[in-house]
Write a protein that binds this ligand. Structure first.
Ligand code: E4P
Length: 219
């Protein structure tokens, strides 16, 4: 399973890259706004800065909701760097745009996916990645992970090549469960990735090893 970091914060992206386990980055308009990135030039420069840090794919979301606007924006975004993946919402115009981008060799990430039906449509339209939003489904008291498993099963049966990108990850356990459920990629806050490190027995064991080593040195 690939690891993407879900942020537009350059320091966090650098930290994830330095860890040596990063395969890409996802952003969305809310994450860009959180970093105070506004205006077309600043947005384009920021995506370029992200692409210069990471080795893998970088999802950049279109703002337009009409087909022509999405194509115009997506073409501009794709020109920033070969790593750019155009992120398109799961709406009717978005499905048309996914097909167009696929036919023109531009990678896509279909976002705001909440059902298996939407997942089938996106795969039929040639999406490179599909982003079901686990955390937001859990937030309304449904089971986000069940959706990942259902889509993984459908894609395997049907032979769809679209990669399942588990999104809206809120904690380390989501990452483990998404891996079990068959996600190809997890996009996570940095805190969820580093949260995978934590186990009290590791801390206790390391403290004991270091203590015993110190003792043996003073014999
Ligand atoms: C990433 O592609 C999604 O936009 C993101 O994971 C959504 O996360 P949220 O539900 O925490 O906003």
């Amino acid at each position: 399973m690939k690891f993407f970091v879900d942020t537009a914060n350059l320091d966090q992206i650098r930290e994830a890259q330095d860890l040596g386990v990063l395969d890409g980055v996802t952003t969305n308009p809310s994450l860009m706004a959180k970093e105070g990135i506004t205006g077309t030039d600043a947005v384009m420069n920021h995506y370029k800065a992200i692409c210069d840090i990471v080795d893998g794919d970088v999802s950049a979301e279109v703002i337009s909701t009409d087909f022509e606007g999405m194509i115009r924006e997506g073409e501009n975004l794709a020109q920033i760097d070969d790593k750019i993946v155009v992120k398109v919402p799961m709406i009717k115009e978005g499905v048309k745009a996914l097909r167009w981008f696929s036919d023109h060799g531009i990678k896509t990430n279909c976002t705001l996916v909440f059902s298996a039906g939407q997942a089938i449509l996106a795969a039929k339209a040639g999406a490179t990645y599909l982003s079901p939003f686990i955390g937001r489904i859990d937030d309304i008291n449904w089971d986000g992970m069940e959706l990942i498993a259902q889509i993984a099963n459908i894609y395997a049966i049907q032979g769809f090549s679209t990669e399942i990108l588990a999104a809206s990850i809120r904690n380390p356990l989501h990452i483990v469960k998404a891996a079990e459920a068959g996600a190809d990629v997890c996009t996570c806050p940095l805190s969820s990735i580093t949260g995978l490190l934590n186990h009290p027995l590791t801390d206790i064991g390391l403290a004991k090893f270091l203590e015993d080593h110190q003792k043996s040195q003073s014999l």
